[in-house]
Design a protein around this ligand. Structure first.
Ligand code: WTA
Length: 660
């Protein structure tokens, strides 16, 4: 249980402190959902209640069954129905006469802006879809998109969706190796990338990284390169590679009929970290996923077509897929897309954007809120933030102090804050208050959404008493759920459905691998991962992936990686390393380790500290005691060392942390 590795003080600071907040009346009055009867209505009418989500979309063929559970846990939703995601996110708004309204407001790092109306989006998505077709992309071919936050990314996603080619977006901050692994795993023969992009004013070469990744992909790949930096970065273009803008120009005015996709056809693939070394290819479908993200964007984010909504995540992660692109655009709103970082050129950048665009909802991560808090209220105070109506957070637990700061200094105590728990695998939000209905308790995400059945169980599968820590589980399927792990049904069942299910009785319980607490009102406080996944600034990193990157560095014999507490990032990576004979644990090796991790995964995985040690604390059966290593990283009192084979090493290691 993650609680083990946590100091009592630290955990306490994260738990709700009893203070509650009512949703502001001004919000409730206009909320998309304000009837508390919705929970009961969903329960009584389950699973048919999910038609409400499907009704937010336009279907080509109506579905005949809401839920097919005949082959659980391989559930199917809205079977018999067909639709196209790009039609739902673009065409239907144009057909409704809203073509001249903004779909995407893009703000570049250097201050440039681009507005894509629904007409613009329609034109580019069609042209790019035509180009992809001409390059040979067929229905069901996986197209990899290795792109930063530039408008060509959502254009490419929607173009893929239009022709029924699932996309696999690889976060631009991931390394060349990470790109190659994902392309190989998906047998993806098409790559859309870009020349470079900006970070704090500097150009980051991106095409070189893509080329380096491609060099280790074992099959032929057709590559398309978008131009972000103009003349500023002269990137290498090989023969046969295609320029994004030239392709659009070559297909100017082309239209492509949206392909009718079966509700259960794959919309996209998204790789995420798990307990074992290889990233998992999470498969999301067209009907269930799109219904679910539209429904949650409507009910939780309170999105209306006339809003200017902003989710500050990166589209390279699930949050960006669901709540920058698919959910908001399906609802026909204006979605803000910001390329840069919150502190460039100044620490008030986000607030400047909120003011300039009259942003109505802001959805961000606790790690960002903790940074804003540290920088101080003077930055938001410089701006008029009165356009804001709702605030949201996602990605990691938010401590009550940060919640209240956000509520007060950003929301002026007049915007509800939704603390939304969900995962790459769940497709969309699962646990959060409904902003127009429920009382808010800082530090607790809230009750499961209507139609979602979540419980907190102990190890043997019994519900824990209110206030006790246990394991979060979900015992009814939902439309946005992953359908499988790409080409690995066995691992899908193994990873998510083994722990608490009873296959003999056909009882299936989804295990998200998070620890949680439940209070008397049914509010859930998510405590964090209980598997070997570290959550750094809301990004999931597998310890096994990190360890294998470190062990791959010359001079390293063995490594153990744990997550230690971090004021801003939530958790940070701590690496304990045993050197090979003949190698010193010196600055040079430390640098090689850091570079090794950056090359294997990306800069987000950069270790906070590398601690050299002659041994790792191990149990008599040879298992590394990670809990102790976490205690050491956190400077906590050390847990029990009785069961160790080598207890003396613990003090030895503890002496090195912070000291070097
Ligand atoms: C954590 C991101 C506490 C959790 C959408 C989960 C949270 C993992 C919250 C999924 C929250 C996400 N409170 N913890 N509101 N939201 N998490 O797949 O541990 O990148 O399992 O999806 O983030 O991360 P993922």
């Amino acid at each position: 249980m993650s609680e083990d590795g946590e100091s009592a003080g630290e955990l306490e600071a994260r738990l709700p402190d009893g203070e509650t907040f009512e949703p502001p009346a001004s919000f409730v009055e206009q909320a998309n959902v304000s009837d508390e009867g919705i929970y009961e209505a969903f329960e009584e009418d389950w699973p048919a209640c999910w038609e409400r989500a499907a009704d937010l979309l336009d279907w080509d063929d109506d579905y005949d069954t809401v839920l097919n559970d005949s082959d659980a846990p391989f559930y199917e939703w809205f079977t018999g129905g067909s639709l196209n995601a790009s039609y739902n996110c673009v065409d239907r708004h144009v057909e409704a006469g809203r073509g001249d309204e903004a779909a995407i407001e893009w703000v570049g790092e250097l201050g440039e802006t681009r507005t894509y109306t629904y007409d613009d989006l329609h034109r580019e998505v069609n042209e790019f879809a035509a180009a992809l077709r001409e390059l040979g992309v067929a229905e069901d071919d996986v197209v990899t998109l290795y792109m930063p936050m530039i408008p060509e990314l959502p254009v490419a996603m929607l173009a893929c969706a239009r022709i029924g080619a699932p996309h696999s977006v690889v976060f631009a901050g991931f390394s060349a190796d990470a790109l190659a692994t994902r392309m190989e795993s998906a047998d993806s023969e098409y790559l859309v990338t870009c020349d470079g992009y900006y970070r704090r004013g500097d150009v980051l070469p991106h095409k070189e990284k893509a080329d380096e990744g491609l060099a280790s992909v074992g099959h032929d790949v057709t590559t398309i390169v978008a131009d972000r930096t103009g003349e500023e970065y002269d990137h290498p273009m090989a023969d046969g590679e295609h320029d994004f803008d030239e392709l659009l120009a070559a297909h100017e005015g082309a239209t492509v009929e949206p392909v009718q996709r079966d509700a259960e056809d794959m919309l996209f693939l998204m790789y995420t970290s798990g307990t074992t070394g290889k990233p998992k290819g999470v498969k999301h479908t067209t009907g269930g996923y799109l219904s679910y993200v539209s429904w949650t964007a409507h009910a939780v984010l309170d999105i209306k077509p006339e809003d200017t909504y902003w989710c500050s995540a990166d589209i390279g992660w699930i949050t960006g897929h669901s709540y920058i692109v698919y959910g908001p655009l399906a609802l026909g709103t204006t979605s803000v897309m910001y390329e840069g970082t919150p502190d460039y050129p100044e620490k008030d950048r986000l607030w400047e954007i909120v003011e300039d665009y009259d942003v109505t909802q802001l959805y961000t991560a606790p790690t960002a809120i903790r940074a804003f808090m540290k920088w101080g209220a003077e930055y938001p105070n410089r701006h008029d933030l009165s356009s804001l109506r709702l605030l949201g957070t996602v990605g990691e637990p938010i401590n009550p102090r940060a919640w209240k700061w956000y509520y007060k200094h950003i929301g002026d105590e007049s915007c509800p804050v939704v603390d939304t728990w969900w995962q790459t695998e769940t497709g969309g939000m699962m646990i959060t208050t409904l902003p127009g209905v429920g009382e808010m308790k800082p530090g607790s995400a809230g009750p499961p959404l209507p139609g979602i059945s979540a419980n907190v169980l102990d190890q043997s599968g019994d519900p824990v008493d209110p206030g006790e820590a246990g394991y979060l589980t979900v015992d009814k399927p939902w439309p946005g759920m992953l359908r499988t792990l790409y080409r690995n049904d066995e691992r899908f069942v193994e990873e998510y459905w083994r722990e608490y299910s009873d296959p003999e009785d056909d009882e299936w319980v989804y295990f998200p691998e998070d620890g949680a607490k439940l209070d008397e009102d049914g509010y859930i406080t998510v405590l964090g991962r209980v598997d070997d996944v570290i959550n750094v600034s809301g990004h999931r990193l597998g310890t096994m992936e990190l360890e294998s990157a470190i062990v791959g560095v010359e001079g390293v014999a063995e490594a153990a990686v744990v997550g230690g507490d971090h004021d801003i990032k939530g958790e940070a990576v701590y690496a304990y390393v045993i050197t090979e004979d003949g190698h010193e644990g010196d600055e040079a090796l430390r640098e090689r380790i850091v570079t090794g991790v950056e090359d294997a995964i990306g800069p987000i995985a950069r270790p906070e500290d590398v601690i050299f040690t002659p041994e790792l604390p191990k149990t008599r059966s040879g298992k590394i005691m990670r809990r102790l290593l976490e205690d050491i990283a956190n400077g906590d009192e050390l847990g029990n060392t009785n069961t160790l084979r080598n207890p003396e090493i613990v003090d030895d290691i503890a002496g090195k942390v912070g000291g070097d």
